[in-house]
Write a protein that binds this ligand. Structure first.
Ligand SMILES: [Zn+2]
Length: 301
């Protein structure tokens, strides 16, 4: 069997050529996955419906994004211009994670080529995140009885503060965030499990800490996992403060995906952040998630 991967050309948005966010990575990652024969074809998502979005975001916020009437301060906090392609991208990428989560239930594991917009909370977006796709998809699965107890494993270098806020009082979703102590956001939220890492942490310690907490989580009875596989933990990232190598990221992705796949818990992998100084390296690092999952499917699927 082949790994199910969701992608859409609308993941790219016109945010300006001189923008700091590497928006070209979504298209390039799709090309790379095809070129390296990691996937043969992509599943194409629909824009997420308002009804589905409403479970994780206020009706006012959704309306203001769609009508481009969002407060300037919130637009500034998000960091993208509120133009048509950004709105379309936000809706389609969120629909993409919803679709990938359904494919994960069907096939054991599936991935999006975007997603992990973990800084967006109920009231609004922030930090290059408009809609919290993982939160939206979690509600979608719970509402339909497709999952009963969801775990979010967020290994982006930044805390998943939006997800922590959205599920603060929800016992059906457990938020685990392992992130750099000194990175954005300055004021952290409270996840169900927060692990704060010191600056300049290297592979061996990182993997040791990761294994320890993954082991702990194995004692709980989750029936679905979202994995936010941000690669901004890399030593050459423009934003992250950790010192993880290519091999470290590869190992991390293998550990997480194999752990849940081998236990028969469906896993939906989403991209998370990545701002590497080397663009081609950035695309390769993001592809480790899909490579790890493809390997599981081809050997056990
Ligand atoms: Zn990040």
């Amino acid at each position: 069997m082949e790994l199910s991967v969701v992608n859409h050309q609308d993941y790219f948005a016109k945010i300006g050529d001189d923008h700091k966010f590497p928006i070209n990575k979504f298209g390039e990652l799709a090309n790379y996955l095809i070129k390296k024969k990691i996937v043969k074809k992509f599943y194409k998502p629909y824009p997420c419906s308002e009804e589905t979005l409403k479970k994780a975001h206020s009706a006012d916020y959704i309306k203001n994004v769609k009508n481009k009437t969002l407060d300037q301060n919130i637009i500034k906090k998000i960091g993208f211009p509120l133009v048509d392609s950004v709105i379309q991208r936000s809706l389609v990428a969120t629909g993409g994670t919803v679709l990938a989560s359904k494919l994960a239930i069907k096939n054991g594991v599936a991935c999006n080529t975007a997603g992990g917009s973990h800084h967006a909370n109920f009231e609004g977006g922030a930090g290059y995140c408009v809609f919290n796709d993982v939160a939206v998809a979690s509600h979608y699965l719970l509402d339909r009885g497709l999952a009963g107890r969801i775990l979010i494993v967020d290994l982006d270098v930044h805390q998943g503060n939006g997800s922590a806020d959205i599920f603060k009082n929800n016992k059906n979703v457990f938020t685990f965030s392992m992130h750099s102590k000194t990175n954005y956001p300055v004021k952290k939220s409270t996840s169900d499990l927060d692990v704060e890492l010191d600056d300049n942490l290297e592979d061996d310690d990182y993997i040791k800490i990761l294994k320890f907490y993954i082991n702990q989580l194995n004692d709980e009875n989750f029936d679905f996992v979202f994995y936010v596989a941000g690669v901004d933990i890399h030593f050459n990232d423009r934003l992250g403060k950790l010192k993880i190598s290519d091999e470290g990221i590869k190992k991390r992705d293998e550990i997480v995906t194999e752990n849940f796949f081998s236990r028969g818990i469906p896993l939906c992998g989403v991209l998370g952040g990545g701002y590497n100084k080397d663009f081609n390296k950035l695309v390769e690092l993001h592809s480790y998630l899909h490579q790890s999952c493809a390997e599981l499917i081809s050997t056990n699927g």
